[in-house]
Every structure is written in structure tokens, then in C-alpha cells.
Design a protein around this ligand. Structure first.
Ligand code: AMP
Length: 185
């Protein structure tokens, strides 16, 4: 969990590579579906381009499809999901129905000024994202804040949260993440 620009994607990739499990990013799945002009992708894009969250029903559908693929049997790292309390509840119900449970819910803590700076830098990258434009960024930061609080509360209730300082260098953040994973597994 973390705000846009908190480093979720980068760290999720490192977790996936180190523990040899798939990295499942709902945002990346939607971007790829939109690129391929699939109806679900194009519908999701109308929300994403405005910095809004894609409706839970649509997100859950693509996630259950992805989690049904065979490469997830040894575990997986979710990036950008759940984003809302109903998604977290739906994920719990889904995992329980499969006899599974989350090992850890990582939260990358990063202050808003640092997030804005990082998202501005992302705009000048070779493949800028429409939803990194500044008005859209502000909305994404606003939308995310309330949701992240609710998610933290939910996962703290389950006793699986680890909060990591996401303002540090990526290597240091990853070392802290590994400590948290060892502690929770
Ligand atoms: P991300 O790549 O995680 O930053 O996600 C980019 C955009 O995809 C978000 O701003 C949302 O519009 C959409 N999105 C990705 N994951 C979710 C989710 N779990 N729930 C709702 N919308 C999502």
C-alpha cells in the first residue's frame, strides 16, 4: 500500500524478482488492456485518465482472473490492490475461500511534497502517463489519502501491517521490506 509515487511498483518488482513470485499490478493490467483496446481496458481508462479509481467490481473481476492463473500457486505480490475497503474485504473473502491468507500488508510511507516531486519527474520520463499530469496527480493524491487510512486500519486489525519509510533510498527501503517479510512469514 502507498500513495501514487511512493515506490510501490519499484519495490513490488524487487520482491517478485527476489522471491520468484509474480508481481500483480492492477494498474499495469488495466494499462495493458487499454492498449490492446479491450472493452474492460477502455472502460477503466476513462477513470484512470481522470485520476479516479476504477469501480471495485471491474477491478475485482480482473484480479480474480489473474489470481486464477497457475503461476500464483507459490504466492504473489499485489501492487496497487486493494485500494479501497470494499476491495480489501473482497480480497479477504476470496483468499479465505481458497484457504489462503495474506502474510503481510506493507505500507510505504512518503510525505506529500516528496510524492509531488517524484510524480513530476515521472512526467518527463520517456513514456509519460496521462494520469501523471499535475491536476490529475492532485486528485490521485486526494483520492488515495482517505482510502489508505481505511486500509491501514483494516489490516492493522488483522495484525499484518508493516510500515516502511519510503522516503529512503530504494535499496534501504527494500532491506526494510525484507526484514518485514521475514518477521511476518
Ligand atoms: P497505479 O498503476 O497503481 O498507480 O494505478 C493507476 C490507476 O489505475 C489508478 O489511478 C486507478 O485509476 C487505477 N487502479 C489501479 N489499481 C486500482 C484499484 N485497485 N482500484 C481502483 N482503481 C485502480
Amino acid at each position: 500500500m502507498g500513495m501514487p509515487g511512493s515506490g510501490k511498483g519499484t519495490q513490488a518488482e524487487r520482491i517478485a524478482a527476489t522471491y520468484q513470485i509474480p508481481h500483480i499490478s492492477t494498474g499495469a493490467i488495466f494499462r495493458s488492456l487499454a492498449e490492446n483496446k479491450s472493452p474492460i481496458g477502455l472502460e477503466a481508462k476513462t477513470y484512470m485518465d481522470k485520476g479516479k479509481l476504477v469501480p471495485d467490481g471491474l477491478v475485482n473481476k480482473i484480479l480474480w482472473d489473474r489470481l486464477g492463473e497457475p503461476d500464483t500457486v507459490k504466492g504473489f505480490v499485489l501492487d496497487g490492490y486493494p485500494r479501497t475497503l470494499p476491495q480489501a474485504e473482497a480480497l479477504e473473502a476470496y483468499l479465505q475461500s481458497k484457504g489462503l491468507s495474506l502474510d503481510v500488508a506493507l505500507y510505504l510511507a512518503v510525505g506529500k511534497d516528496v510524492l509531488r516531486k517524484r510524480l513530476e519527474q515521472r512526467l518527463t520520463s520517456p513514456i509519460p502517463r496521462v494520469d501523471d499530469q499535475s491536476e490529475v496527480v492532485e486528485r490521485r493524491l486526494r483520492v488515495s489519502e482517505a482510502e489508505v487510512d481505511a486500509l491501514l486500519h483494516f489490516y492493522q486489525g488483522l495484525g499484518v501491517v508493516s510500515i516502511v519509510d519510503g522516503e529512503k533510498e530504494p535499496d534501504i527501503v527494500f532491506a526494510k521490506i525484507q526484514e518485514a517479510l521475514q518477521f511476518h512469514s
